[in-house]
Design a protein around this ligand. Structure first.
Ligand SMILES: O=c1ccn([C@@H]2O[C@H](COP(=O)(O)O)[C@@H](O)[C@H]2O)c(=O)[nH]1
Length: 229
């Protein structure tokens, strides 16, 4: 079953707590990204864990292997249930982070970012990354899986190929989700909650379509209603 992760892309702990208290009855997972974590730090994760939520700390680490391994350790030690790093950091970086942290946090989900959902073909061309976004996602995911990652962040367009290539146990975490009629914003590779769920997304990540809705609770309920049971 596909789980909903709501992206808490707000400026302050107070704003985040207000949203969480409204959505909390419906939503089990919240994502804390660079905007909120840079402003508030570990207090935000502490607040979410105290209230009993699962936390995806989306800091997309990308650095030398030792630094990423230690950053993942810090993220897990403050209570994150899911953390991520860029697959383009390479196998050694991923393997070091996984091997260093898996023994102490066996249930943590260690996830590699493949190609950002805001990137289309033109970004890959600009960066001289070979092939289509799907080609690159599959390549980066294979590297991440071999290095021990539990899954990847990708767009819904790549779910089918990823599950076929790497099996149903390899998790796919899917942002770039847009309910019918909602603003696309800066996302490029998008699908609806229902499409992503039908394709086998383990998690969908939804930010602005819920957080910026006139009625965020109704928007979250509408997304949840689209997910396959
Ligand atoms: O490839 C990626 C990786 C991460 N994200 C993050 O997900 C949310 C999406 O927010 P929306 O408002 O629903 O667009 C956001 O926090 C991103 O940092 C992503 O979009 N794509």
């Amino acid at each position: 079953m596909t789980k909903l992760i709501v992206a808490l892309d707000v400026d302050s702990l107070a704003e985040a707590e207000k949203a969480v208290d409204k959505l909390g009855g419906k939503v089990e997972w919240f994502k804390v990204g660079k905007q909120l974590f840079t402003a508030e730090g570990p207090a935000i994760v502490e607040m979410l864990k105290k209230k009993g939520f699962k936390v995806f700390l989306d800091l997309k680490f990308h650095d030398i292997p030792n630094t990423v391994a230690q950053a993942v350790k810090s993220a897990l030690s403050i209570g994150a249930d899911m953390v991520n790093f860029h697959a383009t950091g390479g196998s050694e970086m991923i393997r070091t982070a996984v091997e260093k942290n898996r023994p102490n946090y066996p249930n943590a989900e260690l996830i590699a970012v493949t190609v950002l959902t805001s990137s289309g073909q033109s970004v890959l061309d600009e960066l001289q990354v070979a092939g289509t976004p799907e080609d690159a996602v599959l390549r980066f995911a294979g590297l991440a899986k071999n290095a021990g990652a539990d899954g990847v962040v990708c767009s819904a367009l790549e779910i089918e190929a990823l599950k076929k290539a790497y099996g149903s146990e390899f998790k796919v975490v899917v942002p770039g989700i847009r309910p019918k009629g909602s603003s696309v914003d800066d996302q490029k590779r998008i699908m609806t909650p229902k499409q992503a769920s039908d394709l086998g997304a383990d998690y969908i990540v939804v930010g602005r379509p819920i957080m910026k809705a006139a009625d965020p609770v109704a928007a979250a309920e509408a997304v949840l209603a689209e997910l396959s049971i």
